[in-house]
Structures are given as C-alpha cells and as structure tokens.
Design a protein. Structure first.
Length: 385
C-alpha cells in the first residue's frame, strides 16, 4: 500500500481524470489494555492470602470435577475434552480454566489445529498475557498473547466467525472486553486480612519483648534518661529481650526503671475481629460459605451438609454449566456431526441427598406409570416429540 502511494506521488502529472470516489484505508486495530493488573491479584490475593487461596481452589476443583457429557458419546469432542493435550487431563485443564476465571475474571482456551481441520489439542492461556483486539464495531476480532518479546495473534475468521480462542469472562458492568473477578471485588477485604496477618507476624517476631512499658522514676532528681543511657537500654532490649528465642527471659532493672505490664487494648481486640470479618467478606465475594472454610463466627447454615449443597448449587454448578455451554458453541460444530454438552448432575456426589428425595417423591406418586417415573428420575430419556 505504501509503495503504491509513493508511485502515485512520483508519477508525472496527467490530464484531469473524471471524478472518482476515494478509497478508505485504515491500519489494524490495536489491543485494548486493561487498567488493572491480573498479576497483582495472583500475587497479593491468591499467593499471599489463605482465605482467597482456599476459595479459588474450592471453586476450581469443584467445578472441574462436575463431569461434562458429550452427545453423541463417541464424538471426537468427548475424546478431546478427556485428554486435551499431552501434559494435562481434562480435569486439570478445567481446573486451571476455572482458577484463572476466579482470580482475574477472565479465562482463555486455545484450540490448536492445522489449517481448517478440527482442533486436536486444547490449552489454557494465562490471562495476564492476553489482550483483546476490538474491531470497528467494538466486538473482539482477535486476541494477542505476549510472553516476553514473543507476541502471537489469534484472529477470528471474518466469514465463519470461528475463533481459535474461547474467552470466558465474568460479568463486568463497566467493561466491554474483560470480566470482573471476585478477587477484585474482595480486594479491600484481602488487604485488611493480609495486614492483620502481618500484624500477628510482628507480634510473634517480638514475642519476647514483654507487652508493657519501662517507666523511669527519675533517680537523683533527673527527669529523663541521658542519650547514652537511652541508647544502652534500647540496645540491651533489642539484643536480649526481642525475638522468639528470647521468650520468657526476665528483665533486670536498675537505676530507677520500673516495668508496667499492659494487656491487649480494646482497639487490639477490634483489630482481630476485623480480620475475621474480612475473611467472611472474602468468602462472600467468592460465593463460598464461610463454614466450609472454618471461619469463626459464621452461623448462616445449620450444618456442613447444608452449606456444601448451597456452595454447589449457587457457585460451582453455575460455572460448570456456563463453561459447558460456551465450549459447545465454540467447538460443537467443528466436526461433521454436531456435538452437544451438558453437566452430568447425576455424577455429582454433593447432590445425592437431592436425588434421594426426588426418587422418594417419584416412587410415592401413584398416579404415574412406571415409564413416567423412570423419565422423571432421569433414568430414561423422554420420548421424541
């Protein structure tokens, strides 16, 4: 294009030509860079906060353990989801996929294929390396993956609308291309919880320094210690009475010094309770009942089984259904025979109590035939209409 413009500029002038329409030319769209840092969520939230770490692990492992059934059963997509690549099983792939979704609000799957052939391998890509390339109408037309100096671009086919990338994101009311993660919503609570942990660590590091104050009574008429006396006492305290190895060592006082012990103040006690409240807020943002995390002071559910069932119904299964539907739309028509995906609820152990109650109600329904009972219980498929 640039060479054509140069030739036009250097060509000798000619007679005026009839009026022509102008040709519009635009460069390739640039990726949209989000303002937030997914790496910070991974470092400060996932790697340094036990509550957020456990929430992400619980959700990712639970959602990945819900079996995804492909119909027909012998479809190539079923084999692909069972062994997506040489390094991972299907459960490991989906666990990483759901984990990224909880930490950053975005998760990416790459379908590796040759030319226009159906995909042969699936890989999870790190969200902090991915950038969306929006098109002229605002919808993504490509994605860029940056690892160091290496940049790969994945373009959507403009004719078939097929894409080599599946970008699953959580709802964000103020962003068109990226999702809002529970980690970001719980950021303030995570900061409070981390600060509380740092405070407790400081207490442990200084465990041998007694909680109290040294009071100078002014022997000999002196109202305060000299600079030399102050530095000497400070050095002795730091060397002989601080640190866990010096715990319990008695103080030897002289020269008008008196020890006044102190206990935790109400403000200190409030700080400890604030850390527990922050832990409950983190669990709330992720949709994990605090009872499952062992957080004190939570009486929302009467027992562990009720809390576990609520976690599966309200958090884990909606994610599994969302991923199954997205994969079906993304890859279901890549083969000659279209594939459909669904989450097999019958294979989820946490729903066993619900199944038992359903079977009991169906068994006691005298107005139903044996065939109708089998259909309602999920044993047989309903007849085709």
């Amino acid at each position: 294009m640039l060479d054509w413009l140069r030739r036009r500029a250097s060509a000798p002038p000619t007679a005026p030509a009839p009026e022509r329409k102008f040709m519009a030319w635009r460069s390739l769209a640039s990726p949209y860079w989000p303002s937030r840092d997914p790496g910070a969520f991974a470092r400060e939230g996932f790697a340094r906060n036990a509550v957020a770490y456990r929430c992400v692990r619980l959700i990712a492992e639970a959602a990945a353990s819900a079996p995804i059934r492909v119909a027909p059963e012998a479809h190539p997509l079923a084999l692909l989801l069972n062994r997506p690549n040489p390094e991972q099983t299907g459960v490991e792939l989906m666990e990483s996929f759901f984990g990224h979704l909880q930490v950053t609000g975005n998760a990416y799957l790459e379908a590796s294929a040759f030319d226009d052939a159906p995909p042969r391998e699936l890989y999870v890509l790190r969200p902090d390396r991915m950038r969306v390339v929006p098109g002229p109408n605002g919808w993504p037309i490509a994605w860029e993956h940056r690892a160091g100096d290496s940049v790969r671009r994945f373009d959507r086919d403009p004719l078939s609308e097929r894409a080599p990338i599946l970008h699953l994101k959580l709802f964000h009311p103020a962003d068109d291309w990226y999702g809002l993660s529970p980690m970001e919503a719980a950021a303030y609570a995570i900061d409070i919880h981390n600060a509380g942990g740092a405070w407790n660590k400081a207490l442990i590091d200084n465990a041998a320094r007694p909680s109290g104050a040294l009071v100078y009574s002014g022997v000999g008429g002196a109202e305060r210690l000299s600079e030399e006396q102050f530095q000497r006492i400070k050095t002795e305290l730091e060397e002989a009475h601080t640190g866990a190895s010096n715990a319990g060592r008695p103080l030897l006082l002289e020269g008008g010094l008196d020890w006044k012990p102190m206990s935790l103040t109400p403000a200190d006690m409030d700080f400890i309770e604030a850390r527990h409240a922050a832990a409950r807020e983190i669990a709330l943002a992720f949709g994990v009942p605090p009872m499952l995390l062992g957080i004190p002071g939570d009486n929302t559910y009467s027992n562990y089984r009720e809390a576990n069932l609520a976690f599966w119904r309200q958090t884990a299964l909606p994610l599994a259904h969302k991923a199954a539907r997205a994969i079906e739309i993304w890859l279901g028509d890549r083969w000659r025979e279209r594939a459909s995906l669904r989450v097999d609820l019958e294979a989820v152990p946490a729903l066993a109590a619900e199944r038992d109650a359903l079977w009991a109600r169906v068994a006691n329904a005298d107005f139903l035939s044996e065939g109708e009972k089998r259909i309602l219980a999920g044993v047989d498929a309903p007849p085709a209409s």
